[in-house]
Each structure stands twice: as C-alpha cells, then as structure tokens.
Design a protein around this ligand. Structure first.
Ligand SMILES: NC(=O)c1ccc[n+]([C@@H]2O[C@H](COP(=O)([O-])OP(=O)(O)OC[C@H]3O[C@@H](n4cnc5c(N)ncnc54)[C@H](OP(=O)(O)O)[C@@H]3O)[C@@H](O)[C@H]2O)c1
Length: 176
C-alpha cells in the first residue's frame, strides 16, 4: 500500500485507521516567497516569518506525519520525503526561494537522521527530487508532467540499497 497523507490534524486520526503501510509518501509542501531575504519590500512576507512558516509545513509537518505513521510501516517498507533540487548546498548559487531552500535542506537532514534511526527496523528513508513538475506550485510552468514525475519516482523507489540517499526522479541523483 502506498500512503500519502494530508493536513497535520488528520494524521494521527488517519494513522489509527490503517494496519500496515509499505511506502509512506510525505509530499506536502509550500514554496514561500521567491524573493531574497534581505531588502525585501514590506508588501512581501517578512523574511523571518517566511522561514518559520515554510519550515513548519515542509519540515515539522513532514516529521509529524512520519511520527504518526511510523509504527504502521512494515519491516522492509519505505518512507519517501519529497525534497527538491533547491535543497542542494552545492548548487545554491542564486537567491531564489530562500525559505524553501532552507526548509528542503532541513528536510534532507531530517531524512538522514530518520534513515539511521530506522535502519534496525529495516525501513528505508529516501529523499526525492521530483523534477520541475507542472503543478499549482509553479502555476503549471514545469518541465515535465506529474505522470512523468511519478513514473520516475516509482522507478527510483523500487531500487534497493538507497536508504539515506538524495535521489532524483530520472535516476540521475543530485548533489547534497
Ligand atoms: N512542482 C515542482 O516542480 C516541485 C519541484 C520540487 C519539489 N516539489 C515538491 O513536491 C511536493 C508537492 O508539490 P506540488 O508541486 O504538487 O505543489 P502543490 O500543487 O502546491 O501541492 C502542495 C501539496 O501540499 C499540501 N499542503 C500545503 N500546505 C499544507 C499544510 N499546511 N499541511 C498539509 N498539506 C499541505 C497541499 O494540500 P492541499 O491541496 O490540500 O492544500 C498539496 O497537496 C512539495 O513538497 C514540493 O516542495 C515540487
């Protein structure tokens, strides 16, 4: 069974209704402001609040989901945290979407920590970059369709020996 969860308040309730999960897909996320952190116009979200809001949804929200469902994930099962190429330290040579990048980098570290913690239970934790996908998040301006992204993600998730890794939908990986 593949399980993708929604809003934070429903997670514990949902977890109580499910017996066993093969793959937990942690997908929810928000973008925050695209503008640089310093010298932002006052009409834009305050940078400090922006960082906290995006971090709350993208990192804390994801953790709450994993926490609620952890006992339901079977031995040999997987958790996928939806990351982004924007999480990468190595390729962060631009000012775009700072709160998002900060939070996705934090999400990657969350995944690394969980991968170590869940090793004994034989649960793999994978951080996935889905590509630039045509969704509401980018007003449909992505390079690939959701179907192309999901097909690639499922292919990558079927690989073994990838726990703790940062993977990309097209199998090319991405630098931390
Ligand atoms: N699109 C891309 O090119 C791209 C690239 C890299 C990574 N990603 C990542 O892929 C994931 C999905 O993004 P998307 O492109 O499908 O964006 P999207 O169309 O904006 O979908 C965002 C999803 O997150 C959920 N969500 C938002 N705020 C939430 C909250 N406070 N609590 C629980 N759920 C919440 C939304 O639920 P509702 O619809 O119910 O509000 C929706 O299902 C995100 O983690 C995003 O960072 C996307």
């Amino acid at each position: 069974m593949f399980l993708s969860y929604g809003y934070m308040l429903t997670k514990k309730t949902a977890a109580g209704t499910i017996d066993s999960v093969d793959v937990l897909l942690c997908v929810s996320g928000i973008l925050g402001s695209p503008l640089p952190l310093l010298d932002r116009p006052t009409s834009e979200p305050d940078p400090s609040e922006d960082i906290m809001n995006v971090f709350t949804v993208n990192v804390e929200g994801t953790f709450n989901g994993v926490h609620a469902f952890q006992d339901k994930i079977r031995h040999g099962g997987k958790i996928m945290l939806m990351s982004s190429t924007m999480a990468s330290m190595e390729t962060a040579t631009h000012t775009l979407n700072p709160a998002y990048s900060i939070a996705k980098a934090g999400l990657n570290m969350l995944g690394r920590k969980l991968a170590v913690e869940l090793k004994e239970r034989e649960i793999d934790v994978i951080m996935m970059s889905p590509g630039v996908v045509r969704t509401e998040m980018n007003n449909g301006k992505g390079d690939i369709s959701p179907q192309q992204s999901v097909e690639g993600i499922l292919r990558e998730l079927s690989r073994t020996g990838t726990s703790g890794m940062f993977l990309r939908y097209d199998g090319q990986g991405w630098p931390w």
